[in-house]
Design a binder for this molecule. Sequence first.
Ligand code: UT7
Length: 335
Amino acid sequence: MPIRTPETSTPGHARLMGVGGYRPSRVVPNSEIVEAIDSSDEWIRTRSGITERRWATPEETVQMMSVAAGRKAIEAAGLDPQQIDCVIVATVSHMLQTPSLAALVADELGTDHPAAFDISAACAGFCHGISMASDFVRGGSAKHVLVIGVERLSDLTNLRDRGTAFIFADGAGAAVVGPSDVPGIGPVVWGSAGEQADLIKQDVDWLTWGTAAERVEQPYLTMDGNPVFRWAAFSMAKVGQEALDRAGVGVDELDCFVPHQANLRIVDALARSMKLPESVTIARDITTMGNTSAASIPLALERLIENGEAKTGDTALLIAFGAGLVYAAQVVIVP
Ligand code: UT7
């Protein structure tokens, strides 16, 4: 017996309809971090570009931040929460194995029982989510997908670790993906390099930690920053170029470059290797937000839109990369 698919009226294309973000209230300058890691404001600024970051207060949970960013994105899309029929949350800092953060967020947003699930692709999670959402909309599985990237990396950061304490931060960013008459999200270029999994990881799993005979410190994220830096700065330019090629967009046609905000030197190295013209607006949200992993790209995009540096209809290249190692890139039209 064949499956008899009923006629559907899928539009054929998908686009970003609205973007929203949530920046935690507590501003943490470099001066607050340097003593415990024997560092300096100057070292952090020159090596990473970061001058300050946000760390969430106890009330600013991953759920609270996701709902705030998601609500803003839904409003920007001109939709009602009831019109969202799928919620994807990308995160590595939702501390419950189950239920998913997406189900909790969907409920608190007042949606009408949409599909809801979390994905784990670290700093590349938001771009993975956008790719999935685009395919769902184009394939008819959903009409309006809310994609959220959220992290409270401060919960997983050892403030005495010189390699991570100054870089990781908290926040949430979101976008609504919906139907379009013309292409608004280009083909994704994505992949993994699991042989390099040890470069960024949680140092001990929760079960081993929880059942240890002696109480040891909580699990933390560790990062061997230098090889990750080299991998990102050299390999991701090719990935970005491929995403442009697959979307049929030349560098001279690009308006905005919104890479994962991992390190300002990586942002600038990628722009140089890709030979982006001066006219391209480059997101540099890391300077005041630090590295917020899955939240960094939607937060950076939101900032460009709010500042008027990215305008409706602009062409933007997104590139995300991180623990796994994993990466994903696509061209999008700014809503
Ligand atoms: O978001 C997921 C993906 N993550 C990334 O893409 C992050 C990629 N990595 C990075 O951004 C950089 O590797 C860091 C910013 C984390 C570190 O910068 P780096 O230029 O790679 O520094 P390094 O680890 O090679 O260390 C250089 C020097 C060393 O001293 P010597 O051996 O040259 O005397 C370190 O001991 O800097 C020293 N150092 C520090 N000094 C002050 C390392 N960490 C610190 C510190 N403060 N926090």
